[in-house]
Design a protein around this ligand. Sequence first.
Ligand code: UDX
Length: 415
Amino acid sequence: MRISIVGSGYVGLVAGACLAKLGSEVTLIDTDSERVEVVNNGLSPIHEDGLNEILGQVHVRATTDYRQIVDADMIFLCVGTPIDEDGSMSLEHIIRATEQIVTAMEGGKGYHVIVVKSTVIPGTTEGVIIPILERTGRKAGRDFGVCMSPEFLREGKAVYDFMNPMRLIVGEFDKRSGDALLDLYRNFNMPVLRTNLRTAEMIKVASNAFLTMKVSFINEIGNICKQLSIDTYEVAKGMAFDDRIGSKFLDAGIGFGGSCLPKDLRALIVKARQMGYEPGILEEILHSNEKQALKPLQLLKKHISLEGARIGLLGLAFKPETDDVRDSRAIWIVQALLQEGAVVKAYDPLAVANFKKLFPQIDYVAVEEVLNCDAILIITEWEEFKDLDYTGKIVIDGRRIPKAREARIYEGACW
Ligand code: UDX
């Protein structure tokens, strides 16, 4: 099958590389010409486990020219949907990309299925994307097909997740489009749900919101446990024997970050409010996640004064195995430390370059120098932090690193 993918971020690149590996003819379209060049050289412009290997093996053509979609059987829309100042989802990129698709489609007469993969607020495909696609008089379901099929990829594990999907959600405008998308996934083994467009959109944002609820829930239990000298991790282990609860996403700590979970949660809250509904549970998840990020500072202040103190940070990425710092807990912590007059020294195996763009004023140092600071905060659970020598130090652990307990003074975030 010939597939054009518009947008070469995490979702677009990974989907493109994996589909090419599985035998499709893939063209990636992106407005960023540097990115396009990197892909055409067989390399990945982002750090993602296994992606470079695949891009080295298969031929994925990248271009800035939308006209290349003319021959595609399927066009995947994978552009980013960041949030605006007010927290609502910005449709700027997706609208521009859809308009470009319309212009390019005018040149051809073939039938394409347009598949929305970007995370969007329910109603967007029907209310925004289809009307743009129909501007030239072509009709959805007759002249072209439309599906909304969200991706649930985790950063750092995106290739694995694409190749081993837990589910396929096919939101279809018309049956022919849904059939075509199912045909593309025919060699995968996973549960499939065929539904309408807005339900597919909601499945994605509701799934992300549910995951944030699990994290904030266990953090709340953890905050109570800490006061009662109870180990939250043992509590979560005991809870997990009940398969209605399960064991995943119950690691207490300093909260969730990343490019998707906080943003999608915020956008869902704003959408609900716009409709006149106060989503109390969702609002509280966001609020408690913000408070949780600053928990290490509260704990640290019990032991030292921050003014002029050298505070070492272990980890800047929002989670291990990625260089992504979007909505990382480290951002909240560094901001607060600087406000309190602390001297911040930070180490991360991958994310320093990205963090430096946000905070050029702090010191980026080797791990040994972090260990020599007046106190150490563990922000990201990188594997290499599990074997460091913490003896004699003051450590506030946001991510449960067992060896850190050897510190002279040790405080866990919620244990
Ligand atoms: C997430 C979803 O998992 C994925 O399905 C969706 O497509 C995109 O958003 P990702 O952003 O890669 O993926 O991050 P994830 O691995 O889910 O972790 C998110 C954050 O939650 C991290 O900051 C992590 O440290 C935190 N987290 C996760 C916890 O604090 N405790 C947990 O038990 C799990």
